[in-house]
Design a protein around this ligand. Structure first.
Ligand code: BGC
Ligand code: NOJ
Length: 817
């Protein structure tokens, strides 16, 4: 069953029923000010960091699930009837409802008793504020007398304290209401130099800033006393729970429309210019004047919105494809690219599954997110790489996460995830392949954010490689440390205490447990490093990494190959995992993907063998599960992976992040049909038809779909923030469609379903637009017979970037066969 439809021309998903199986959300904001918004206007906003600079409050795991947000209430003052034009929180049955999620904006339109309202929520480019632009229309034959109320609940900035430290919080709330603008300034009197403001374009009939006055004692957001009575209390909050609510009276003649605009914004002041007059405790509001004057005018808000749309047209225009498959086209051209941008911005911090409190920017996560994002805004990828590497440890290891606000490594989470550094090599290499910007390797970057410790980024990459070599175990495979890509494979943890964090609790020193996954990743990283080192003329490094990769490959065949597939690991007792010898956890997806991506087994046939094993043991109609058989009980020596009930998350769930690795591997061995088949199984657009089972948004990937051992097989969880976005984007664009940036230029080597006649693509690469037409007259799934660039055949399938530089547009014809 569907709850909406894709409007591909408008690049929107249109939800036509408010009671979706879960809140179906969207993101506002591009760079600093962000918001999460659900299809019923739930959600919250923050500046840069969802934990440390939270503007509005959100209560997780609520009932109903999605309560609290950017609420508006309409009240017919003749009858006293009131409703939410976004359905929540009053849940009044609406005559019409539609929510359109687009890139960085959401429009919720509804109608009740002839009153139509349409509210567009967005963050203008480059601004630290959000606009709610509401158009009200009276479609009745007679005039109406309406009241419109806005309502948000302020968060006292630090979302964690806000949700826990009530003995303090209930006394610190402070507001100012000046010129009908509501200012939230809790802690501004002391160390905070920032405040929030909430303004409306209309003259107010009243306002509220005290939650219990607005709602009424013991009442909820579904029937606020003020809305029921039609009268605001005009009172100022001191402590307790500050909110912002405006009351606007709107009289509309038959057929008349009116626009009302609200702005919620964030502003910082210099420390020595905080107060006006100086020495007082009054906020200096000079710096918000311009924004208020500008965006409370409809024409300026429209202009800002159009700029946002144009910006996205430009970004998405960097890669557009037309294949015979509609689900592919809309995911590549719109939604998957968009999700890549959101995951890049948020890492794993703030979604409806990630609280924004727990996790900052992940080291391995951000490096992978680059893959899906780098072609859209390489400069931001560059900045992220430099931020990440500045948190790198001197021994080449990495802080597992850093806080986006401070850009410092997060000590609570620490380091010791032994795969982390290798991802930096992959991230940097992907950046250079896209941009051709070799200068990044010379950038001086600190270690551990320590002034004076600066070294060229190249040195960071060398230390990343060395980190693995310094940590080899009894089989000469890389030691796993706290965990590798699979955060839940905690082979050194041995946690027997409830509530202990598997990822951060004291670990054994760990000189035995090894990871075949890291071995594969290491080989891949070495091959990337080899390419970089060659360019830099660093022969020593070239020699070192080629040798190290070759040796590691040998080790994998010796200790990491099980006969029909790659093994997963060796535990702290030195026992193998991911082998026929095991009764549970015999075969894992990750090493099959990463080892084949690193080239292992491609020549000797073992890659195909491993992929056949994946098909036989792990593939389901809903995607490929992480391992089989699932762990039926908790194993002290395996850790969190076995803590999950069978079929969920890392314990044999369909962990979507890993599925594209298999797609890529299938493409590498030339099985385009198989690669594409896997691509379709987890494609959210395909799964739209089964939304009642899938539950999550049909326009973005979820981290996990319950596996075949789960009673809810096929049900998705944890949508939006997952490496799934970037890897699927890479799999479809670079491996299946085969348009692959390399250090030298664009390589075009598709691996598509044999049934396809071909496809076309427009790809902007290093400033040149490539109009690519691929034809497949012989209906093969791999193999390029010839490539013509502007009508002239080139040797091979690599279009050298230097040959095309400055060309503007280039026509490329690729004939498969
Ligand atoms: C999840 C993992 C995640 C980890 C992060 C675990 O509970 O299952 O997917 O990577 O937490 O700390
Ligand atoms: C989610 C984490 O963000 C990611 O870093 C990790 O690789 C996967 N879970 C698997 O555990």
């Amino acid at each position: 069953m569907k709850y909406g439809y894709f409007d591909d021309t408008a690049r929107e998903y249109v939800i036509t029923q408010p009671d979706t199986p879960l809140p179906w959300i969207n993101y506002l904001g591009s760079e600093a000010y962000f918001g999460l918004i659900s299809n019923t206007a739930g959600g919250y906003s923050f500046y840069k960091d969802a934990r440390l600079r939270r503007l509005t409050r959100y209560r997780y795991n609520n009932s109903p699930l999605d309560m609290g947000g950017r609420y508006l209430y309409l009240r017919d003052n003749t009858t006293g009837k009131f409703w939410s034009p976004s359905w929540m929180p009053t849940r009044t049955q609406l005559d019409e409802y539609e929510c359109r999620h687009g890139q960085g904006y959401t429009v919720i339109t509804s109608k009740l008793n002839g009153i139509k309202s349409s509210t567009r929520y967005f963050v203008p480019l480059g601004e630290s504020l959000e606009i709610w632009q509401m158009t009200l229309t009276n479609e009745n034959a007679s005039s109406v007398d309406l009241s419109l109320f806005s309502a948000i609940e302020f968060c006292l900035w630090d979302a964690n304290d806000d949700a826990t430290n009530f003995q303090r919080n209930y006394s610190i709330g402070q507001m100012e209401i000046v010129d009908e603008v509501i200012y939230h300034k809790t802690e501004y009197r002391e160390r905070r130099d920032h405040f929030a403001y909430f303004a409306c374009s209309e003259n107010l009939a009243g306002f509220d800033t005290i939650r219990e006055d607005f709602l009424g004692q013991y009442r909820g957001w579904n029937e606020p006393q003020v809305v029921v009575s039609g009268e605001s209390t005009n009172t100022e909050a001191h402590g307790w729970q500050p909110i912002g609510s405006h009351h606007v009276k709107v009289s509309l003649k038959a057929g008349e429309s009116k626009q009302v605009i609200f702005i919620l914004g964030y502003q910082e002041n210099p420390k020595d210019d905080k107060f006006d007059p100086p020495g007082s405790q009054v906020i200096n509001k000079q710096r918000v004047k311009a924004a208020l004057e500008n965006y409370l005018k409809a024409e300026n808000a429209d202009k800002a919105f159009n700029e946002l749309r144009d910006y996205w047209t430009m970004l998405l225009g960097k890669m557009q494809v037309t294949t015979p498959d509609e689900d592919t086209n809309r995911m590549v051209n719109i939604w998957n690219a968009y999700q890549c941008m959101v995951t890049f911005n948020m890492s794993r911090s703030a979604s409806y599954f990630e609280s924004g409190i727990g996790r900052g920017m992940g080291f391995r996560d951000s490096n992978q997110d680059l893959l899906g994002f780098v072609h859209m805004i390489p400069e931001r990828a560059r900045e992220r790489i430099l931020d990440l590497s500045a948190t790198q440890l001197k021994n080449g290891g990495a802080f597992h996460q850093y806080q986006p606000l401070t850009k410092r490594g997060n000590n609570d989470v620490g380091s010791g995830f032994n795969d982390d550094p290798a991802w930096l090599v992959l991230g940097v290499s992907a950046y250079i392949k896209e941009s051709g910007d070799w200068s990044i390797l010379d950038e001086l970057v600190q270690y551990e954010n320590e002034p004076g410790s600066e070294k060229p980024l190249y040195d960071h990459l060398q230390r990343s490689i060395q980190y693995t070599l310094d940590r080899l175990g009894p089989n000469q495979l890389p030691l796993i440390g706290r965990a590798d890509w699979n955060d839940c494979l905690n082979l050194n943890c041995f946690s027997d205490t409830p509530g202990q964090s598997f990822q951060t609790t004291t670990n054994k020193d760990g000189t035995v447990a090894e990871s075949v996954f890291i071995a594969g990743l290491f080989v891949l990283a070495c091959k990337e490093m080899e390419g970089l080192a060659k360019y830099c003329g660093d022969n020593d490094e070239v020699e070192k990494v080629t040798q190290a990769a070759a040796e590691m490959e040998k080790i994998v065949w010796k200790a990491g190959w099980d006969g029909d597939w790659f093994r997963r690991a060796y535990d702290d007792y030195g026992h193998v995992l991911g082998s026929k010898e095991n009764t549970e956890g015999q075969i894992f997806i990750e090493p099959q993907g990463i080892c084949i991506m690193a080239g292992l087994g491609v020549e000797n046939g073992n890659a195909v063998k491993a992929l056949d094993s994946v098909a036989e043991h792990l593939a389901t109609p809903h995607g490929i599960v992480l391992q089989q058989p699932a762990f039926s009980q908790y194993y002290l020596h395996l850790g969190e992976i076995s803590s999950y009930p069978p079929g969920y998350k890392e314990n044999a769930g369909i962990f979507c992040h890993t599925n594209p690795w298999i797609m890529i591997a299938e493409a590498i061995v030339g099985r385009g049909d198989k690669a594409f088949d896997y691509y379709k199984r987890i494609n959210p657009s395909v799964r739209e038809e089964i939304s009642e089972l899938h539950k999550c948004e049909p326009y973005v990937y979820a981290q996990m779909i319950a596996g075949k051992d789960a009673p809810t097989h096929g049900e998705a969880k944890n949508s939006w923030l997952s490496g799934t976005a970037a890897w699927n984007y890479a799999a479809i664009t670079q491996s299946i469609l085969g348009i692959q940036p390399t250090l030298d230029g664009l390589e075009i080597s598709p691996s598509i379903p044999a049934g396809w006649d071909g496809f076309t693509a427009i790809r902007n690469y290093r400033g040149v637009t490539y109009n690519i037409t691929v034809t497949n007259p012989k209906h093969v799934s791999k193999g390029v017979e010839k490539v013509l660039v502007n009508g002239k055949q080139i040797g091979g399938s690599l279009i050298r970037a230097d040959a095309q530089a400055g060309s503007g547009e280039v026509n490329v014809e690729v004939v498969m066969g």
